[in-house]
Ligand binder design. Structure first.
Ligand code: CU
Length: 300
């Protein structure tokens, strides 16, 4: 009945429309009867009350009609739920990792990104988990959502039928940075996707640094363009003068390579002024930390 950005869009919209339409008809019916009764049976017109006898026929009617209505809703719900739960064979698998406060998408060939790129017209099966608290992946344009739970896997699939960029975000309140936990689904023509998928990832220390920042979820809290997120931006970070609280005492530091290195390894020692003290200790190898610093140098 309806079409949209994905196969699931039309199915969910049809069920939704049916429920809203039946609710509207019922509302109209109940309101009309109420008004008619108010006018017809008010105290001025009928000063004496009357005995009303029960009517079996009427009771059957008001039982059978709503029952039929909810059974139709149940039927739509059941059939579409079955459809939305079970990915077709041959769907392209993507592993989704949610963490406070970013998304990571990993493809079968090992490619990783923090936006979800998919080919047009091919079913995509998401296997999802979380590294910390319960998150929930939501793609409004496709009308699908599912929780991402630490310690277990959950599943979702979709089949996009229009190219474009669609919003993807976390719809389960998951802490201070929840509102920053959004990303995108980019639906590309199959040939463009194949080219992106097969292309070698950029190499070099700077490119590796950016990749590590994406994979460790750093960009969920730190922007690259100077905008404010949960934590300070990475733009111009190296060399910035910064007021911090160390063991409750205020001091000014220069965020040089040595300071950033030490901060990443032990983020709880200093509280950066103006930001909540919530940076987790993220395991990172010395080599990756070098790469991060090399990348941050390029953002001066
Ligand atoms: Cu979340």
């Amino acid at each position: 009945m309806f079409t949209g950005a994905a196969v699931s869009t039309g199915k969910v919209d049809s069920a939704f429309f049916f429920i809203v339409a039946s609710a509207a008809v019922l509302l109209l019916l109940v309101t009309t009867v109420m008004v008619v009764f108010l006018l017809r049976y008010n105290a001025r017109r009928r000063p004496r009350s009357e005995t009303v006898r029960d009517s079996t026929a009427l009771e059957i009617v008001w039982t059978v009609i709503p029952l039929a209505l909810v059974m139709v809703m149940f039927y739509f719900g059941w059939v579409d739920f079955e459809f939305i739960r079970n990915a077709p064979a041959g769907a392209m698998p993507v592993e989704v990792t949610a963490r406070q406060w970013s998304w990571l998408f990993r493809y079968a060939n090992g490619r990783e990104d923090d936006v979800l790129r998919v080919p047009l017209g091919q079913p995509v099966a998401l296997t999802m988990t979380s590294l910390d608290v319960v998150h929930s992946l939501y793609i409004p344009a496709f009308r699908i959502k599912e929780d991402c739970v630490p310690g277990m896997k959950t599943y979702l699939w979709f089949d996009a039928d229009e190219t474009g960029t669609y919003e993807l975000f976390c719809t389960e309140y998951c802490g201070v940075g929840h509102s920053h936990m959004h990303s995108q689904v980019i639906v590309m023509p199959a040939a463009d996707f194949a080219r992106w998928y097969a292309a070698p990832e950029e190499s070099g220390t700077g490119a590796l640094g950016l990749k590590v920042l994406k994979n460790k979820g750093c960009l969920g809290c730190h922007s690259l363009d100077g905008s404010r997120k949960v934590g300070p931006t990475f733009k111009g970070l190296v060399g910035r003068r910064q007021t911090v609280l160390t063991a409750g005492r205020e001091r000014t530091v220069t965020a040089d390579a040595a300071y950033i290195r030490q901060y990443v390894l032990d983020p709880n020692r200093d509280v950066i002024e103006g930001y909540p003290s919530i940076m987790p200790k993220i395991p990172v190898t010395a080599e990756n930390l070098d790469a991060i610093l090399a990348y941050l140098e390029t953002l001066k």
